[in-house]
Design a protein around this ligand. Structure first.
Ligand code: MG
Length: 374
């Protein structure tokens, strides 16, 4: 089987609720999504998505995603889409870094491989674990009262995991406001709930230590991505006893090995477009599991194709190490594909359909912005 053509589509995904806020005053109103269709000489079609969160999240942006695909896609024409490591090597040897550009191409090849094998993707990735995958809520930075309400709203829908955004500037309220946000979100905590306080690399060590000193003992939460650099994170690690989960700092296998060798964290957030697709996701999942790190399986953001990828990876991840998956559909208002995985009682299960199990809406995607292989 050979890759015959690659089509690239572009859509804007408007943010649900109008605006999404992160630490450092970062705001997003829409996300620029790149969706890829790969067709083979045997008639298979595979789909993949790469949607960077925005140019201020990590070193990735949507224009760069498509510019990278423009370099990568021609080199994959004629290759076997089932030889994931060889495809990954080819992409690494064509373009350094830019994992977001490899992502959609890598996913589409996995979609084809699973369809050709007659399996849902989660079975290709090691086998389905039983039961629904707990989905995590995303509570954007706001007043403590509003964030407490949003947690209550998600709790009422059955969510057990809650990701609460912190990282207020001094002008907004600084460490005091962040401490109040954490306390408000945990105020009604129920048994079995899991809370992440996610700073998206937005805290200085000084901010983090002041915030932690303002919190009462006994609050059960994990601090995610507190600082922007390894040095700051390591410094904080040595001076606090709150469990740490890394996200933005861990993109490559080498990053993960560094975190493990220096004992920088207790868990890691693996995101499909941040790690570079399914091939590096499952490599890093194995490394993290070997070190006993807990994992959240997510994406930077995205639509149905992104969620399908997340869900199949999460569905095949050892359950005792999997904390949650993200449903990026809940963050945007545009639907790009049919995907039968409703959230029921705060969880979702990968469908039995072959491959990813997505049926993209061609009328929504419009005409390709680029085509390779013809
Ligand atoms: Mg995060």
């Amino acid at each position: 089987m050979k890759i015959k053509t690659i089509d690239v589509f572009q859509v804007d995904l408007p943010v649900k609720g109008g605006v999404y806020r992160l630490s450092g005053g970062r705001e997003y109103t829409a996300y620029d999504a790149t969706i890829v269709r790969i067709s083979t000489d045997t008639g298979f079609e595979g789909w993949g998505e790469s949607t960077p969160f925005g140019s201020t999240y990590i070193a990735a942006h949507a224009g760069g995603t498509r510019a990278g695909i423009d370099l990568l896609a021609p080199t994959l024409i004629g290759m076997d889409p089932r030889q994931h490591d060889r495809l990954w090597d080819k992409m690494c040897n064509t373009l350094k870094g830019h994992r977001d550009a490899r992502t959609a191409l890598d996913i589409a090849c996995w979609d084809i491989a699973a369809k050709a094998a007659g399996q849902p993707l989660c079975d290709m990735l090691g086998g389905r674990t039983p039961g629904a995958i707990p989905v995590i809520s995303s509570i954007g930075g706001d007043t403590p009262e509003k964030m407490r309400e949003k947690v209550a709203n998600h709790r009422a829908q059955g969510f057990l995991g809650h990701s609460i955004k912190i990282g207020a500037s001094e002008a907004e309220g600084g460490p005091m406001l962040d401490a109040e946000r954490i306390q408000a979100c945990l105020a009604d905590r129920q048994p079995g709930e899991w809370f992440l306080a996610d700073a998206n690399n937005g805290l200085s060590v000084e901010h983090a230590l002041r915030m932690l000193s303002l919190l009462p003992d006994g609050l059960d939460f994990v601090l995610e991505a507190p600082c922007a650099s390894w040095r700051e994170t390591q410094s904080l690690r040595q001076r606090c006893n709150v469990p740490l989960l890394l996200d933005e700092l861990v993109q490559s296998e080498a990053d993960l090995m560094q975190a493990i060798s220096q004992d920088t964290c207790d868990g890691v957030g693996l995101k499909v477009s941040k790690q570079g697709g399914i091939t590096p996701m499952i490599r890093q999942r194995t490394i993290a599991a070997s070190a006993g790190l807990v994992m959240s399986v997510q994406d930077t953001v995205g639509s149905e194709i992104s969620f399908a990828t997340i869900l199949h990876i999460a569905q095949s991840t050892p359950r005792h190490l999997l904390r949650c998956a993200l449903d990026p559909r809940s963050m945007v208002t545009l639907s790009t594909a049919e995907f039968e995985a409703p959230i029921v009682n705060g969880g979702a299960e990968a469908p039995d359909a072959l491959g990813l199990g997505v049926s993209p809406k061609l009328e929504t995607l419009g005409e390709p912005v680029a085509t390779y292989g013809v």
